[in-house]
Design a protein around this ligand. Structure first.
Ligand SMILES: Cc1ncc(COP(=O)(O)O)c(C=O)c1O
Length: 684
């Protein structure tokens, strides 16, 4: 406590009586002591803190907190009830501390040691803001935020809108390009789902039971609580069905997002240097209405992303499907961060390659041998080359999308730059169309090396289509390749082939394999895979270790957390709600819901009066304005929770109502103000 005034550090305990779900919660008693007393006692033990202030509101309902503080000789400061940012800023101006700690009075099991570490990290990293909540790795209820008062005053000056004013540090966190931010991670894995905070009756019951036992065991640190819970795991059940930070999420539902100025400005700058202003066709201005949607993002957390204008969205794109667990996933981050200390790319292979190959062989039915790539296109191309080498034939049949390389893209409308000789070797068939395959095999006897196809996309296989196709190809000596770049790690642990019960000769995986890290795999029958030793499929970064570590952690988490089952359940709820809304708004002529729970498609249909791109522009514009980042599919991740489903449903409801109205009034052009996105480059 020997800090001089220049480095004054104040811990501010935010408290109020008017909780919606548990009014007066901060004065409820736990083992005979009010919750606030538990918090104050812990706060007093935080090393490096010079002064403790309880910050409450000047609303009459909080007189009782002021009185409580007086009789317990704790300083109290009263300010605006809802504008918490102004309340803290007033404390910063009055006491002029260098550092501030924000503690909330609903965390009675606050750990003074953890809080001291957060403060220390703020100082050693010279951060503006440090917390132990982003990503959440600690039990919910040990939350501490530390910041410099200069950062807080900067936020107070800049933050506009109810959400940023009420949620003290949300402005800082949403504008991380302007602040230096750090996070203290929990050294123990798997604690983010522990719920020790006080929000509901169930939490109160849980905390009463825990604190009763703490009396005997003594509360030394969060480890004391874990010991109790590990001894009596049933205690966790008391409040385990509640969602982390639920109230913040509900309040974070934005009004209507309409400001995309920074996105538009950055696009103008980026286009001077980067054709299209983006590396990916489907993330570019061609697919989003400029001025009505974001084009550049800054960060993501769980199911949310933020754009360069500070707008927050629930993301239904998820990076075009890689982000299957959600953004900033603590387990994937942990795996990457642990590996980074050992090195990224090496001069020889590493054991990680074997460890990941073993996992793939364990879970994917066709997998006997494995090689890795960085993109989906790498491994679909490798599979085609393998099949050509194995069969000694040149022609291939394609069904779906398979990447940007010549052999495939030459068969689409985007074939500019692909030699005609290459184009001629690729033949396209539609899904479920067995007859076309039969014809091709007859017309070009013994010329086909492979058929590559997405085993399942938005349409289910009809009847025995896949089995019949497999038999047909086998008879003609054609290699069957399942392109599981989308279906892998999404439809089932072993991909579409496990879900459908059909084992191909070869299969390719990518996208979700590393939750966003660039990694892909080609796998399949050993006799075909052995051709790898003869062909050339080789790259500098094939064994890059951060992606391998992420993929290993991903597969382990898919298994340990029952991720795929959760995605199916979330996706099914989303689909049910969307279908109900299509029917309610009588939009069946214009909107058709296709696909499966983990990945469903909102197909828009036009007519003589309304073209599809217009309808799509209106759809994206409205969904975005209602806080949902979407293109045309619902890409479900493990991070989408019950409240996200509510919010997604609300956005669909508003959007469909608007679409129905505009269609009825026949004024879509005026509604779009001249901005219309390009027709989709259709390959499925
Ligand atoms: C089914 C399928 N195959 C292959 C690819 C190509 O993958 P990448 O873009 O990672 O090269 C994609 C990409 O969208 C895909 O959806």
């Amino acid at each position: 406590m020997a800090n001089d005034n220049k480095n004054l550090t104040i811990a501010v305990i935010q408290a109020r009586m008017s909780s919606t779900r548990l009014p007066g919660k901060v004065l409820h008693k736990l083992d005979g002591k009010p919750v606030l007393t538990w918090v104050i006692e812990s706060a007093k033990k935080i090393e490096g803190v010079d002064k403790i202030i309880v910050a409450t509101s000047n609303d009459k309902s909080d007189d009782v907190i002021a009185k409580f503080c007086k009789s317990n000789s704790v300083d109290v400061f009263r300010g605006h009830l809802e504008d918490v940012l102004s309340r803290f800023a007033a404390i910063a101006r009055k006491y002029k501390p260098k550092y501030m700690l924000r503690i909330t009075a609903d965390c009675p099991l606050l750990d003074s040691g953890v809080a001291a570490q957060v403060l220390q990290l703020l100082k050693t990293t010279k951060s503006d803001y440090t917390s132990n909540t982003a990503p959440p790795t600690w039990p919910n209820g040990l939350d501490v935020e530390a910041f410099t008062s200069s950062a807080l005053l900067k936020a107070d000056k800049a933050a506009k809108g109810d959400f940023f004013r009420e949620h003290l540090t949300s402005y800082i966190y949403s504008n991380r390009q302007s602040f230096k931010i750090s996070n203290l991670e929990c050294p123990l894995p798997g604690l983010a789902n522990e719920r020790w905070t006080l929000d509901t009756e169930e939490d109160l019951l849980f905390l009463k039971e825990v604190t009763k036992r703490l009396r005997k065991n003594k509360f030394k640190s969060y480890i004391s609580v874990l010991e109790i819970l590990d001894k009596e795991p049933k205690l966790r059940k008391i409040n385990s069905n509640l969602i982390r930070n639920e109230s913040t999420i509900i309040k974070s539902i934005p009004k209507r997002i309409t400001n995309f100025k920074n996105s538009a400005k950055l696009l103008t700058q980026a286009e001077k240097l980067i054709p299209l202003g983006s590396q990916t066709f489907s993330k570019s201005k061609l697919q989003f209405p400029v001025g009505h949607a974001p084009l550049f993002l800054t960060h993501g957390e769980g199911s949310n992303v933020w754009d360069v204008d500070g707008n927050k969205y629930i993301d239904l794109i998820n990076g075009l499907l890689p982000v299957v667990l959600g953004y900033n996933d603590p387990d994937i981050n942990y795996a990457i961060k642990s590996q980074i200390d050992n090195g990224i790319s090496f001069s020889l292979a590493t054991k990680l390659e074997y460890d990941l190959a073993q996992r793939l062989v364990d879970i994917i039915p066709c997998a006997e041998k494995v090689r890795f790539g960085k993109n989906g296109s790498d491994v679909t191309s490798a599979a085609i080359r393998l099949a050509r080498a194995y069969t000694g034939r040149d022609r291939v049949i394609v069904c779906g999308y398979h990447g940007w390389h010549d052999w495939y893209i030459g068969s689409t409308t985007r074939k500019k730059g692909v030699p005609k000789a290459v184009q001629d070797l690729t033949h396209t068939v539609a899904y479920n169309d067995l007859e076309s395959v039969e014809k091709l095999l007859q017309n070009y006897k013994n010329e086909f090396a492979a058929m590559i196809m997405e085993p399942i996309n938005f349409a289910p296989p009809q009847g025995n289509y896949l089995k019949d196709l497999q038999n047909l190809l086998k008879k003609s000596g054609v290699v069957l390749i399942f392109d599981e770049i989308v279906s892998g790690f999404r439809m089932a642990l072993g991909g579409g082939q496990e879900y459908l019960g059909i084992t191909p000769d070869l299969a390719t995986f990518g996208k979700a394999m590393g939750n966003g890290m660039p990694i892909s795999a080609v796998t399949g029958r050993a006799d075909i895979m052995n051709e790898m030793e003869e062909i050339f499929f080789s790259g500098t970064f094939g064994g890059e270790t951060l992606s391998l570590a992420a993929a290993i952690a991903l597969i382990d988490k898919l298994k340990s957390h029952n991720v795929i089952k959760t995605i199916w359940s979330t996706g099914n709820k989303v689909k049910q709600e969307i279908q109900k809304l299509i029917d309610q708004n009588k939009l069946a002529e214009y909107v058709v819901l296709k696909g499966h729970a983990p990945l469903s498609l909102v197909e828009l249909k036009g007519n003589n009066n309304i073209e599809v791109p217009m309808l799509r522009t209106l759809f994206i514009k409205e969904m975005v304005a209602n806080g949902i980042l979407i293109n045309s599919t619902n890409n479900i991740s493990f991070a989408h929770n019950k409240l996200d489903i509510l919010k997604i449903t609300e956005a669909y409801s508003t959007t469909f109502k608007k679409m129905a109205k505009v269609i009825c009034q026949g004024n879509i052009s005026e509604e779009l103000n001249g901005v219309i996105i390009q027709p989709v480059f259709k390959v499925r």
